[in-house]
Design a protein around this ligand. Structure first.
Ligand code: SF4
Ligand code: SF4
Length: 98
């Protein structure tokens, strides 16, 4: 199965983190709360009033899904619906990252 995954990775060009995060936009309703920074598993976000991305995005979308303002958006997204796993608390995610 791993072989299939590797083959698919080679066939389908997937943007690296730097390219992927160029798809993010941060809306003006960002309140600078820092939740996105805390849920990012690779410390790819820094907050200076609003988030900036440091070129190592792993495309998990935790930042977008956990923003209380829905301020982080993919430029290509068609819906503001966000997914949060109700079995995992925000505190548990933040604790796991630190
Ligand atoms: S979680 Fe949302 S509101 Fe909070 S700092 Fe990040 S983008 Fe702004
Ligand atoms: S998508 Fe995931 S890895 Fe990328 S910046 Fe957001 S939380 Fe970090």
């Amino acid at each position: 199965m791993r072989f299939i995954g590797v083959a698919v990775d080679k066939l389908i060009p997937y943007p690296n983190g730097n390219e992927f995060e160029k798809n993010f936009s941060v809306e003006s309703n960002c309140i600078g709360c820092g939740i996105c920074e805390k849920v990012c598993p690779v410390n790819n976000i820094e907050i200076d009033q609003k988030p900036s991305f440091n070129g190592n995005c792993q495309q998990c979308l935790a930042c977008a899904n956990h923003c209380p303002q829905k301020a982080i958006r993919l430029k290509t997204e068609k819906s503001k619906v966000r997914y949060i796993n109700k079995n995992v608390t925000l505190k548990e995610i933040i604790t796991a990252n630190n």
